[in-house]
Design a protein around this ligand. Structure first.
Ligand code: SF4
Ligand code: SF4
Length: 184
């Protein structure tokens, strides 16, 4: 093989790409649109959550903490819901286990932090993330459902079946609701 042929071929490839439009973007000034179903992060939607703890049981890393207390009507009050993203491996098993799709894959990918401990997110931090997401998507969840589609009426008086839709001006989350549910 003639000397320098490889270099010439390499330069040819470079030249071809010089005249093509760039496929990169100037991050962070420019950002690509993230596909709706991208598994970028975890979002917990308080208004969908019943406090059943299935997600916590499914998590192999044990990074989800759910603490509940019973209400007189048999539903659960969510006292604490926390995710330790320091040890989360984003496997998505919690999202598959949740019967109500209250925890879903999605949301922002640019959540790098300076302080490691801030990756431990409590209920307030998780709710802020979720509300920001819903604000940006006009109330559409990562699974494609809209807030209008929930709460679904179920045969059981779960917290989910009696909460108001989040983000409509009123309080949200079962823990802020009165203990007694009046079905319409
Ligand atoms: S994504 Fe995986 S590791 Fe992270 S909280 Fe869910 S189940 Fe646990
Ligand atoms: S996120 Fe889903 S699985 Fe976890 S406690 Fe809430 S309803 Fe249950």
């Amino acid at each position: 093989m003639a000397y320098g042929l490889g270099v010439a071929r390499g330069m040819l490839v470079t030249l071809k790409h010089v005249f093509r439009p760039a496929i990169t973007v100037n991050y962070p000034e420019q950002q690509r649109e993230v596909p709706v179903r991208a598994r970028t992060n975890l979002l917990w939607f308080e208004e969908r959550c019943t406090g059943c703890s299935t997600c916590a049981q499914a998590c192999p890393d044990g990074c989800i903490l759910v603490q509940t207390s019973p209400r007189p009507d048999g539903t659960l009050n969510i006292d604490r819901y926390e995710i330790d993203f320091r040890i989360c491996m984003y496997c998505g098993l919690c999202t598959e286990a949740c019967p109500y799709q209250a925890i879903q894959a999605g949301g922002r990918y640019n959540d790098a932090v300076y302080v490691f401990e801030t990756m431990y997110r409590d209920r307030d931090a998780l709710t802020r993330e979720a509300q920001t997401y819903l604000g940006e998507t006009g109330g559409r969840y990562p699974n494609g459902q809209t807030q209008d589609a929930i709460p679904l009426i179920t045969s059981m008086p779960t917290a989910r079946s009696r909460v108001d839709v989040a983000g409509t001006g009123g309080p949200f989350g079962p823990q802020r609701l009165p203990g007694r549910h009046v079905r319409e």
